[in-house]
Unconditional design. Sequence first.
Length: 519
Amino acid sequence: MMKLKHISVLLLTAITAATACDDNTGTLGMSMLPTTDGLSAHVSTFDVKTESVLAGAVFAKTSTGYVGKFTDPDFGPYEASFLTELNCTENFTIPEVYRDTEWDDEGNPTKGEGMLYKDSVVAANLVIYYSNWFGDSLNACRMSVYELDKPLAKNHYTDIIPEEYYTPGKKPLGAKAYTAYDTAVPDSVRESTDSNGDPLFYPNITFRLDSMEFGYNRILKEYRNNPQKFANAEAFRDNIFKGVYIKNDLGDGTILYIDRVDLQFTFCCHYTDSETGVALKKVDGTDSLYNTTQVLFASTKEIIQANRFENSELLKKRCEETDWTYIKSPAGIFTQATLPYDEIYNQLMNDTLNAVRLTFTNYKQESSYEYSMSAPEEVLLIRKKDMQKFFEDNELPDNITSFNVQHNYVNTNQYTFQNIARLVTTCIEEKLAAKEEAGAAWDEDQWMAENPDWDKVMLIPVAATYDTSNSYYGTTQTLIGIGHDLRPGFAKLKGGPATENSKLKNPLKLEVIHTKFHN
């Protein structure tokens, strides 16, 4: 136990902790004592054991798709692929073929409707849009897109098996070589903007589909004959198009972050009079026919999308290292910490618990590898037993049993949880309640066997979404969503389960600020 030396510092620390932390404080034992009693503040430290554990499959409900392969010298190769449905909106329509509906006495049309020149499809394309990537932008890759044979189940875990939804060996809808940075696109196009200054160029990989077989027979003709099959996303999925599987066939060193998948059709149309709808024969002295491209179906957050990640066996070897721990994304390694609740309770049961701080320090990451991964920007600390429900139910950190912090890479290279006092008191009270309920039948060994994760928390790389609002008082960011970080990243953390002379060799230190009353 460490004690602060000067009473003035003690009181200031206790008052600061009690007021600044507010409802993030908790009490152990008897804290409500007469105000005439003396007060002293103390800082005690407790050893925390940490270890690396394989993340396994993680819940990843996201609208971003990840495709590619990347091999890291320390963690080996991992591959990412992506399955998605395409959404069909409830008010879906395809333009009609133009026809005259009213005529004057001389037989000239005075009203018309529709816009297509012919009931045909000029072109059909599947377009994959992305704005970011990880790795070598000029690495030669090849991507293939396969049509799904069965609807996607509502499975958002990263161990989804694509072969259960498409037929391996079946001819793909398309295959195309690409580099993340397309050097064939001139700077004038890449840097072009609209009148608002927004970019007009959106990096993409385009697969040309058969305009007759797929565009007309599969979509347009079917829509004309059976529009009910396009009534909504479910009808479209069940009757017309179940989705696509997008995978990397060639290339190692690049992961694309896919924003959207569009099924685009190009039609030949008439220019028409804005008031009468009559087809114009000439526009500015030229033929009134023009081609227009429309996004008919697209991957959106309303439909099912799933990422598949395959990691290397090297992750198991990294988890076996005992002088430190790791966090590795995506779906790679978490750090598990065992918190000494019993020890804290036994030593401080008659004290007031003001604040509890836990810090994870990562080693400086130096690598000669050009595309080495960086430390995750944000992490979540959560009770192990709550982890699955937290992500599946799309919960937010409650600062009781779950906490998020950002990486302080500028000053300390740490993830610091300034006050997890409510976590400590919650877990201790949980055990005390079970003990009281059991009474004379209390069997601690049996209870611990039935609740093996009671004292364990997980440190997990996460990606957070914030809502930013501006006011007279400045900019405010509000956390509105959090999920597993699916971007490549890792951190090597101080700690580990190694022992020396029957004690932890590199324990983390749990710092507890507590106040004591004296008669």
